[in-house]
Design a protein around this ligand. Structure first.
Ligand SMILES: Cc1cc2nc3c(=O)[nH]c(=O)nc-3n(C[C@H](O)[C@H](O)[C@H](O)COP(=O)(O)O)c2cc1C
Ligand code: SF4
Length: 331
């Protein structure tokens, strides 16, 4: 039976347990998107706290992208050396780290087919650059209405070329990005994705579209699929009461693909994490706010103190400096 503390292999890396730190934008990058000492300290602390796999906060891979404020940028080789400091710091603490490669926003319907191919190429180049910066892999960001999430949504994509017109065609960009990344990186370099299972809006992407995309990505050889949805950080989660916001979609995908599925959203207790691992085909559990509240949570659970996360899902950390927990920052 699966357990949170199992060691596993994913792509070419060994993970010391099944706990991931889900991508969490820190707002701490420098004015030009540079990695700062604050970012390195935060990830080193998370790595020390026990999670096996850290996914960076969304990192913009195109120069003329929109911004959400203080996100890291990675659109050319000038960023490689500073990211190497980050990946070294995480590896020194025994964790693995993959970069969440993202475009914040951009045009969907208006792009010519060769311009979409240009987007695909840029994601491929970002993966090659991430490998040079010491990352164990990348995670394609296709959730929460950032660019790729819009691209695969019927709400935004009305294209009539090979990139639009059906669930399969809208999802094709993801498969082409995966291929472009594989082409430019060594075997074993992890390519994962975080994807909406539901846009939670009338006329938006729904679970059927998500399952189609998930199957296509699995067939194309993606290493892991993290299942999210819009309105991702649901409020007022209580351990044992209303955990696991996206469990039905994640379990449905895990039941039909061999690719490891990562559950994120509202997991607050070891008991629930282990029940999910025992009862479904889901392979990994990702946490964001519990690890903001308590970066050491995984080690705490492993040491036998299995009280649930102290996070009360108030979402104040979206507004605090460095997205720190309201209850742990000094006032
Ligand atoms: C401050 C903050 C920043 C976040 N930044 C990102 C991000 O950069 N990329 C992403 O995919 N999700 C981001 N999320 C969403 C989380 O990764 C996660 O999907 C969500 O919070 C649900 O998980 P949780 O209940 O464990 O917090 C962020 C969440 C928070 C609270
Ligand atoms: S501010 Fe703290 S308690 Fe509130 S959601 Fe964020 S991490 Fe959890």
């Amino acid at each position: 039976m699966k357990n949170l503390f199992d060691e596993t292999k994913l792509g070419g890396v060994t993970l010391r347990n099944r706990a991931w730190r889900s991508a969490t934008w820190l707002g701490l990058a420098g004015r030009n998107g540079e990695i700062t000492n604050g970012i390195i300290r935060t990830y080193a602390e998370l790595a020390k706290g026990g999670a096996a796999m850290l996914v960076t906060g969304l990192t913009s891979i195109v120069e003329d992208d929109a911004t959400i404020g203080g996100e890291a940028k990675f659109y050319d080789d000038s960023f490689v050396a500073e990211h190497r400091r980050l990946t070294d710091a995480v590896h020194d603490e025994g964790a693995k780290i993959i970069m969440q490669t993202a475009m914040v926003d951009g045009l969907v319907d208006e792009l010519a087919t060769d311009e979409v191919e240009g987007v695909v190429r840029q994601f491929g180049e970002a993966a090659a650059r991430a490998e040079r910066a010491g990352y164990d892999g990348v995670q394609i960001h296709a959730a929460h209405f950032f660019y790729l999430s819009k691209f695969i949504s019927p709400l935004f994509n009305h294209r009539t070329d090979r990139f639009g017109g059906s669930s399969e065609k809208r999802a094709r960009i993801l498969v082409e990005i995966l291929a472009a990344m594989r082409e430019r990186t060594r075997p074993g370099f992890v390519v994962a994705i975080k994807i909406n299972s539901d846009d939670c809006q009338p006329g938006g992407l729904a679970q059927d579209d998500f399952l189609v995309a998930g199957k296509m990505l699995s067939t194309a050889g993606i290493d892991a699929i993290e299942v999210s949805a819009n309105y991702t950080s649901r409020p007022n989660i209580r351990a044992g009461v209303n955990e696991c916001s996206f469990l039905p979609a994640a379990a449905a995908l895990a039941a039909i693909v061999k690719t490891p599925v990562v559950l994120v959203g509202g997991v607050r207790s070891l008991e629930t994490a282990n029940a999910v691992l025992a009862k479904t085909a889901i392979q990994y559990i990702a946490l964001s706010r519990p690890l903001i509240r308590e970066p050491n949570l995984i080690n705490r659970w492993q040491s036998g103190d299995i009280r649930p996360s102290a996070c009360v899902s108030c979402n104040a950390c979206y507004r605090t400096s460095a997205h720190a927990c309201l209850f742990t920052v000094s006032h």
